[in-house]
Write a protein that binds this ligand. Structure first.
Ligand code: F6P
Ligand code: MG
Length: 441
């Protein structure tokens, strides 16, 4: 097989990777520092002088990190001993070995973009855990919650839509179910526009009602494999007698409105018997500003449950029951916050790979997951998705992703060039999306 192409990297001056490392990442660090500042009195109330000292320490560690980045210093090993520290430091050694011949050391701009961006979030985490007693503080929590509250209107509409649909399920034929499935898949796709990392941590909430815009947005779906998903799930349903458990696994991305769209889709899959169990995967530590942690997951369901609106709170009650009954299962795994591409999962995290193999379908939400699925490499636009996965095939899988990084595979010949001619920023603004499937048909 031909060798995989080079990684996207900040050394390509003017590229999106370069601009991210130069401009957006320092902005995110500055926001994190501001957030700590603003919580000073809260830390004092909770922990007294110790809280103030901890805040100072975390801020000085983050300022040091920002300085290392802005002056393109060598990447340094992690120091605080955690479950993943050795793996991170081994990865750095591996990066060092790749550069040995050129007599360089990995630095912020002179390393794969995927690696340094993940490393930055891991270093933020390190700064916080090195600062007890505030070592449990999530510097992004406030923005994540704000994002949810700002999307209340479309959130209510979506929950109401789900409940209306559920009350008519018995009377619907297969075609109507399929249409609804397609709607909710697209809603979950466009929900991915709402991440807070592309916007440098600024608010990026859903303001309008997505259900009414789906038709207008459809031309922006560059690869649309919804039909494949429908046939796959319909087949799984037919073989239910032989295989009673049909699992759909969702590798979550952002909390807030996007998470709500994912939970609505998950509810639909159970209510229509297209799946019998949904397994969710979130992040163990605060990640890429808005990614879902267990705290965000539980928080959102609690918010929905106590919402002062009959249909919204009904969703929350049902979702809590799904969890109690084990029909919705949430998993944590440190692999999701390592810098490795998913092709390495079977080696680095064989237990997680084995878990994913139990699914009938795995949905990967968002841009970062797409970058990790494809190794964040400079693939030609026409390279088949299957090839770009470089051997990562735990089960049939599908990426639901809005484009926010200069990588896209599986396009028709000429499609990428045409898009570039009409919209030079087509790869990075989140305006376009894919519902891209890989698996036996
Ligand atoms: O550059 C934009 C960015 O920060 C990418 O690094 C990352 O892939 C993306 O935002 C996060 O998006 P998502 O939440 O969809 O994974
Ligand atoms: Mg994200």
């Amino acid at each position: 097989m031909a060798e995989a192409p080079a990684s996207l990297s900040g050394q390509d001056v003017g590229s999106f990777a370069y601009l991210t490392i130069k401009d957006r990442i320092p902005l995110i660090l500055t926001k994190a520092i501001d957030t700590l500042h603003r919580h000073k009195s809260e830390f004092f109330e909770k922990h007294g002088e110790e809280g103030i000292e901890a805040e100072k320490k975390a801020i000085s560690l983050l300022s040091k990190l920002r300085n290392e980045l802005q002056t393109d210093k060598p990447i340094i090993p992690l120091v605080e001993n955690c479950v993943d520290t050795d793996i991170w430091n081994q990865y750095l050694e591996y990066q060092q070995s790749l550069l040995r011949e050129s007599d360089r050391t990995p630095s912020w701009f002179y390393s794969p973009w995927l690696y340094v961006e993940c490393y930055m979030y891991r270093r933020i985490h390190e700064a916080i855990i090195q600062s007890p007693p505030i070592n449990d503080f999530d510097v992004f929590k406030e923005s994540k919650d704000q994002n949810f509250f700002e999307s209340q209107e479309p959130g209510i509409t979506l929950c109401t839509h789900l409940q209306n649909f559920r009350s008519t399920i018995e009377d619907l034929d297969a075609n109507q179910l399929k249409t609804e499935f397609f709607h909710l898949l697209q809603i979950s796709l466009w929900g991915n526009k709402c991440d807070l990392s592309l916007s440098g941590g600024e608010s990026s909430s859903q303001k309008t009602n997505l259900i009414n815009s789906l038709e207008d947005l459809e031309p922006f779906i560059l690869v649309n494999d919804m039909e494949h998903l429908w046939s796959l799930l319909s087949k799984c349903k037919e073989t239910r007698e032989k295989v009673p458990i049909v699992r759909v696994d969702i590798v979550l991305d952002n909390s807030g409105f996007e998470l709500l769209t994912d939970l609505v889709l998950a509810d639909f899959l159970l209510s229509t018997n297209l799946a019998t169990e949904i397994h969710f995967y979130g992040k163990c530590i605060p990640w890429f500003v808005s990614d879902t942690t267990i705290r965000d997951f539980n928080w959102l369901i609690e918010q929905v449950k106590h919402y002062d609106h009959e249909w919204v709170s009904k969703c929350g009650v049902d979702w809590e029951n799904y969890i109690k009954m084990g029909r919705w299962v949430y998993h944590d795994h440190m692999f999701w916050t390592l810098p490795h591409e998913y092709a390495a999962m079977s080696q680095v995290a064989p237990d997680l790979y084995a878990e994913l193999q139990k699914a009938c379908l795995i949905l990967f939400k968002g841009d970062l997951n797409y970058r990790k699925l494809t190794g964040d490499r400079k693939w030609a636009f026409t390279v088949p998705f299957h090839q770009a996965l470089s051997g990562f095939h735990p089960a049939p899988l599908c990426s639901l992703r809005t484009l926010k990084a200069e990588i896209q595979v599986g396009l028709q010949p000429g499609q990428g060039e045409q898009l570039a001619a009409s919209d030079p920023n087509w790869l990075v603004t989140g305006k376009y999306g894919v519902i891209q499937f890989d698996g036996p048909l």
